[in-house]
Design a protein around this ligand. Structure first.
Ligand code: SAM
Length: 347
């Protein structure tokens, strides 16, 4: 079926990287000065040589989470060539574009106006291109964007992701905790009861847990994490890629003690070790054994394998708590081991 937005499909080869300059010359005037903020306004931007972008495509462009140099060559090309850059905060994005010598029309797309601004962007995608950015990192990850992507996909349009910085992945990798499997939890609810329910639901997960948190909530959240998950290894990753970047690795209680005496400042990602051993097998808020769905068995096996747990105990435990037989759980363990490049082995 023909797509309602643009051309659909992705049979074309990737366009070459153009050679136009990405940075303004020393002392050059701000290239964005006078550029329109509304996408509907006249286009005063730099004359573009023929665009390498594909009409009808929504480009999801990751931008820096602090260090303005953390932006890919492809992201700069897409931002330079898109008909419109849809931004969470147009002033913030204009400053970033200006730093890189780019002037394009900007349109506002943020949580508060997404219903009213989406139709114009969808219309632009009938014949043109839109680049979507957020204030930092990957759009749609704890940021606006997911709804626009959903609408474009639903309308049969093309979505292309231009990957780049993301605070969760930077923190996870730098934390020193097992990077896989991991579970991105984003921001916990601000309602205390809901937050505790969310944490209770995470308590038996074997994956490394990744949370976003605002500085003024870090102490309360660390307290809740200790209570709900126990005193696990963790890392508080602060101001990543910025001047005062800091990764503090300690048990949750150690992080709590530290931030009780040192006011948390800046942007935070909290990374917490997944459940291990008994906790992974039996923890539920009421202390009753957890019932494991077939779908969760692979994730639990992967977690147990990553933590070096003994195969026999893990297989017996999961067979008892799921609808799978020991033989089936064992087969999955072996399949996972092979997928990870390990030898077939009993323990
Ligand atoms: N879309 C972004 C991404 O891809 O990471 C996340 C945006 S979300 C609104 C903002 C949260 O991300 C902050 O409250 C913080 O938890 C985390 N964050 C963003 N930049 C960060 C940084 N430089 N260092 C640590 N955490 C950061």
């Amino acid at each position: 079926m023909a797509s309602r937005l643009g051309m659909g499909g992705r049979s074309d080869p990737r366009p070459p990287i153009p050679s136009r300059e990405g940075r303004p010359a020393e002392g050059a005037p701000d290239a964005v000065e006078g550029a329109p903020v509304a996408a509907e306004g006249p286009d005063h931007s730099e004359p573009a040589s023929p665009s390498t972008l594909r009409p009808g495509t929504l480009y999801i462009v990751a931008t820096p989470i602090g260090n303005r140099e953390d932006i890919t060559l492809r992201a700069l090309r897409v931002l330079r060539e898109a008909d419109v850059v849809a931004a969470e905060d147009t002033r913030h994005t204009r400053a970033l574009l200006s730093y890189h010598g780019i002037a394009r029309p900007l349109a506002s797309y943020r949580e508060q106006n997404r219903t009213t601004s989406a139709p114009a962007l969808l219309q632009r995608l009938e014949t043109g291109t839109v680049a979507l950015v957020s204030d930092a990192g990957m759009p749609a990850i704890a940021d606006p964007g997911a709804e626009l992507i959903r609408q474009v996909v639903a309308a049969g349009g093309r979505v292309e992701v231009v990957p780049g910085p993301n605070a969760a992945l930077a923190a996870l990798v730098g934390s020193g905790l097992p990077p896989a499997p991991f579970l991105f939890a984003g921001f916990l609810s601000r309602q205390r009861g809901d937050r505790r329910r969310q944490l209770d639901a995470l308590a038996a997960r074997p994956e490394t847990l990744v949370f976003y948190e605002a500085p003024h909530r870090v102490i309360e959240t660390l307290g809740d994490l200790v209570e709900a998950l126990g005193d696990r290894s963790a890392a508080a990753c602060r101001e990543l890629t910025k001047l005062h970047e800091e990764v503090r690795r300690a048990p949750l209680s150690g992080l709590l003690d530290h931030y009780r005496t040192t006011t948390p400042r800046g942007e935070f990602v909290l990374v917490v070790h997944g459940a291990t051993g008994e906790q992974a097998r039996t923890h539920t808020p009421g202390g009753a054994p957890t019932t494991v769905s077939d779908g969760d068995v692979d994730a639990l096996l992967a977690g147990a394998m990553a933590h070096g747990e003994r195969m026999r105990a893990v297989v017996a435990d999961l067979a008892a708590r799921s609808n799978l037989s020991r033989r089936e759980v064992y087969a999955r363990w072996q399949a996972l081991r092979r997928a990870r490049g390990g030898p077939d082995a009993d323990d």
